[in-house]
Design a protein around this ligand. Structure first.
Ligand code: 13P
Ligand code: SF4
Length: 308
């Protein structure tokens, strides 16, 4: 097996030759975050993938819906995944048929789709959101219109509370990784790290969110940790986030609320697979052009709202 420094130097040589932009989500393993040009949340990475004009191709270290979103927003530039098996179980928890049935149950409803959805689902949704802008997106919808919020029941429930929307109907999906975080874990972590604020992702269970000090998306967590006078934090989200936080906030300490919150799909990407992808370009994101064009509309609506 090659040593890590050798793999990194081969990645560096090939990325220059190919004009590749390497993007990594904050839940990726530390060594993958270190080799990336940019580490960010799902929204930041998609925007960078769409706006960057100099790269010839994108290597997306994250899960399938994220790479797909990058390809949808910028169809003229190929996006590759180091491991195409890296999916998001939550994204597969609603099918177009189930969504059509849900629309029938709520006539006139606006469908707000979390970006953690497949391109086929986005193509039949009205507007997208991420955990960083879900409340802003929901507030942009007239108060008298019902909202079907898919696929995450926890994010949907949190957004309904934040916005005071009574006519918001969350779908029943959930993130298996965030679901592993229990109220007991928060209480034990508080006892082990007295005074450290507990920051939870909105994908956490309601009882976990209820006892957290702050609810934030992954980018919101970085902002909060930088601005807070606290020196230690308990982090209730996927464990990779603590690596990014520690790197961006030198001198501060970040404790995962539980080591069990480990997304196995995010951890499929390795340095070796990034190198092999740069060598072979074997796993491009492929999308039906008609589906991609339809899926672009709700994504562009979200981006337009953010610009307001
Ligand atoms: P962010 O939108 O905060 O990057 O989170 C994506 C995700 O998959 C959360 O589990
Ligand atoms: Fe999907 Fe959860 Fe993994 Fe995020 S952490 S990619 S929502 S399974």
């Amino acid at each position: 097996m090659d040593n890590q420094a050798d793999i990194v130097s081969r990645i560096d040589r090939l990325r220059r030759e190919r004009g590749a932009l390497i993007l990594a989500h904050s839940y990726e393993p530390g060594e993958v975050q270190d080799v990336a040009d940019v580490v960010g949340d799902s929204l930041e990475l998609s925007r960078i993938a769409a706006q960057n004009d100099s790269a010839k191709l994108v290597i997306f270290c994250g899960v399938h819906f994220m790479a797909e979103t990058a390809a949808i927003l910028r169809p003229d530039r190929p996006v590759y995944m180091p491991d195409p098996n890296a999916g998001c179980p939550m994204a597969n928890m609603i099918t177009p048929r189930e969504l059509a049935e849900e629309r029938n149950r709520h006539p006139g409803a606006v469908v707000v789709a979390y970006v953690n959805t497949t391109a086929e689902i986005k193509a039949v949704s009205d507007i997208c959101c991420t955990s960083a802008n879900a409340a802003q997106v929901v507030k942009s919808i007239p108060a008298d219109r019902p909202i079907i919020f898919i696929p995450d029941r926890n994010l949907g429930d949190w957004v309904a509370g934040e916005t005071g929307r009574k006519n918001l109907f969350p779908w029943r999906g959930f993130c298996p990784t965030h679901n592993r975080i229990m109220e007991r874990d928060v209480r034990e972590a508080r006892a082990a790290h007295p005074g450290a604020p507990v920051v939870a992702h909105p994908e956490c269970r309601p009882e976990v969110r209820a006892i957290a000090d702050r609810i934030a998306s992954t980018s919101g967590m970085v902002r909060f940790a930088k601005e807070s006078p606290a020196r230690e934090f308990v982090i209730a989200t996927e464990i990779g986030m603590c690596y990014r936080l520690a790197k961006e906030c030198p001198g501060k300490r970040f404790w995962p609320v539980t080591e069990l919150a480990d997304c196995p799909n995010m951890k499929l990407t390795t340095l070796e697979k990034i190198l092999w992808e740069l060598e072979d370009l074997a796993h491009p994101v492929r999308l039906d052009p008609a589906v991609a064009a339809a899926a672009r509309k709700p994504l562009e609506k979200m981006v337009a709202i953010l610009g307001q």
